[in-house]
Write a protein that binds this ligand. Structure first.
Ligand code: NDP
Length: 336
């Protein structure tokens, strides 16, 4: 196939609100001897894109958005021997909100069956990053035990619905879902949450009391908290003695500096994990990816893709997402 010189991509050149986002032509990257060039078909939306755009996480510019995608290999470097032109793949990389992405062949890439359909590619693009996040965290950030009570914030979000399912089905834990609307909580319940806390219709004091009551006054074994600034105090208040605060996101802003002395009263642990720290070694990526797709293929784990947008509609999708109007996973279809 002929590879064009330019391609469409979603990127920004300065930090700011959504109006800094551009959907425009940029060069198709050249590949090195150890790289492959992937023609993308679907790419998943993740909250980290917001952090890069706003400047919360520093990055070089121009910055092409996107952290995961599926597609087909259209070119391989001279030293690549594990992948070939025509292979269908799913992978974790920067710069996936583009028609083509350059990627090192030794990176976090997964070869898909040659008969994988567009539906399969969509599913993998919707599952990879958030699925691996939820799966690695429940083993490695805090190794959840049977019958633990676990608080999950943003429980109807992309990661949240996966956590609800994995914690309840795989780990047999009791999930307390925390979300801002009854519709979101209903979805979390369908995904396995046993107890529901509406963050909009209850006060902070009511939330603390409700969660402590649910746990018979003991508090939760862990809080998987992706909301950050707005929920850190709640998490610390409801985690029980020897419990773990898994603080893994900043949807409402970063958690303010924490006085270590606050941990003493209950001998708490705090973990601030990122997915990549659990899949650094190829064996780790392979192990968790195999487990993730086994759970999906067996029907034990459902990927809630709530909407597919054409890539050119990135700003519309991000506005809904950042405005807390979405549930589950959003996926982009890349123009071919
Ligand atoms: P979600 O689908 O969960 O969307 C974010 C949700 O956060 C919203 O729907 C909303 O749910 C909640 N929220 C609470 N306060 C705010 C606010 N002020 N502004 C916006 N949203 C708010 O997103 P993802 O599943 O993509 O990601 C969830 C979190 O997990 C993010 O914080 C992300 O950074 C983190 N993450 C971390 C990873 C890591 O490696 N550490 C990897 C992947 C994700 P509600 O209305 O119910 O409160």
């Amino acid at each position: 196939m002929t590879i064009p010189k330019t391609q469409k991509a979603v990127f920004f050149e300065e930090n700011g609100d959504l109006d800094v986002i551009k959907y425009d032509d940029i060069p198709v990257p050249e590949i090195g001897e150890g790289d492959v060039l992937i023609k993308n078909k679907y790419a998943g939306l993740n909250y980290i894109e917001t952090y890069f755009r706003t400047g919360l996480y520093p990055t070089e510019k121009p910055h092409i958005l996107g952290r995961e995608a599926t597609g087909e290999i259209v070119k391989v470097g001279s030293k690549v021997n594990n992948l070939k032109v025509g292979d269908k793949v799913g992978y974790l990389s920067t710069a996936t909100f583009a028609q083509y992405t350059r990627f090192p062949a030794t990176g976090n890439i997964l070869r898909l069956p040659s008969d994988a359909t567009d539906e399969n590619l969509k599913l993998v693009a919707g599952a990879l990053l958030q699925g691996l996040t939820a799966l690695t965290f429940i083993y490695e950030a805090y190794n959840v035990q049977k019958d633990d009570y676990i608080l999950v914030t943003a429980a109807a979000g992309g990661v949240g619905l996966l956590l609800c399912q994995l914690l309840s089905k795989l780990k047999k834990a009791h999930v307390i879902a925390y979300a801002s609307t009854d519709e979101k909580l209903k979805l979390a319940q369908e995904a396995g949450a046993e107890f529901l806390v509406n963050s909009s219709t209850t006060t902070y004091e009511e939330q603390v009391k409700k969660i402590l009551d649910i746990t018979g006054g003991k508090g939760v074994a862990a809080s998987f908290d992706s909301v950050g600034r707005d929920t850190a105090d709640l998490s610390l208040a409801v985690i029980g003695r020897k419990g773990t605060f898994v603080s893994f996101g900043n949807a409402s802003g970063p958690v303010p500096p924490l006085q270590l002395g606050r941990l003493s009263a209950k001998n708490l642990k705090v973990v601030r994990p990122v997915l990549y720290g659990y899949i650094t070694e190829h064996e780790e990526f392979e192990k968790y990816t195999n487990q993730l797709f086994h759970l999906i293929d067996s029907g034990e784990l459902k990927i809630y893709i709530s909407r597919v947008y054409p890539l050119e509609k990135y700003i519309d999708a991000a506005r809904e997402f950042e405005g807390r109007k979405t549930t589950g996973k959003l996926v982009f279809e890349i123009p071919q």
